[in-house]
Ligand binder design. Structure first.
Ligand code: MN
Length: 231
């Protein structure tokens, strides 16, 4: 088979303990999945989980031990960080029950759901899709994937983000409104999950703006860290 032009490379993420890489298929994100973050965004109460997507090639892959580079995006003056646990699907499926969901997870990583908050807010106000606020180029930084068996008790891990060495976000994955299994149950009822799919599971409270020159260090205990500088 030939192509009319050279196809783009498949984005891929390093995996701890092997030179083989995880090929990225789709990037799903869960909205408002920690109560205190839902409140800071002006919402209360438990609502059914909802999802949005980013293009696979919006990932910014930060190799182990490196500090990545994150270009400040166009069209915004309110560029927000959202630190998130990322569940990485190794085995696909549809209508997966929460109790079976962990078997479908290859591993976990630390990710950032970067957001052009001003554009997202404008789209929300007008009842329009969030894409321009959420699914822009280089909006999904991610660090190396730790295989599930080596990741420890991810469901109860501390999750944090520091900007220039100061705490911005600090919580625990135990505070997810919809836990990882429940999220996969809901998501796989709407889409047939495929190997290579990433699920950004939501952010705790403390989202705020960054500017060029800031260095972000995100951590989920047991997974190592994600370090990236805004330029
Ligand atoms: Mn998010």
């Amino acid at each position: 088979m030939s192509f009319v032009f050279t196809p783009p490379a498949i984005p891929s993420v390093p995996v701890v303990g092997t030179s083989a890489r995880f090929p990225v298929n789709r990037v799903y994100c869960v909205g408002r999945n920690y109560e205190e973050h839902a409140k800071e965004m002006g919402f209360t109460g438990r609502e059914p989980p909802f999802f949005f997507l980013k293009p696979a090639n919006s990932v910014v892959v930060v190799e182990a031990g490196q500090t990545g580079t994150l270009p400040y995006p166009s069209l915004t003056s309110n560029f927000h960080h959202e630190i998130e646990l990322v569940a990485c699907i190794g085995t696909g499926g549809k209508n997966i029950k929460a109790a079976d969901a962990l078997k479908h997870i290859f591993g976990y990583a630390v990710g950032l759901d970067m957001t052009r908050r001003d554009l997202q807010g404008e789209m929300k106000k007008q009842g329009r899709p969030w894409c321009i606020g959420k699914a822009f180029d280089q909006s999904a930084p991610i660090g190396p994937i730790t295989p599930a068996a080596q990741a420890g008790d991810v469901a109860n891990a501390e999750i944090s983000l520091q900007v220039n060495g100061k705490d911005r976000q600090r919580s625990t994955v135990a505070k997810l409104i919809w836990n990882i299994g429940e999220t996969i149950e809901h998501l796989s009822a709407a889409w047939e999950l495929q190997p290579g799919d990433l699920i950004y599971t939501g952010t705790p409270e403390g989202v705020a703006a960054v500017v060029a020159g800031d260095t972000l260090v995100g951590e989920v205990k047991g997974l190592g860290s994600l370090s990236i500088k805004v330029v």
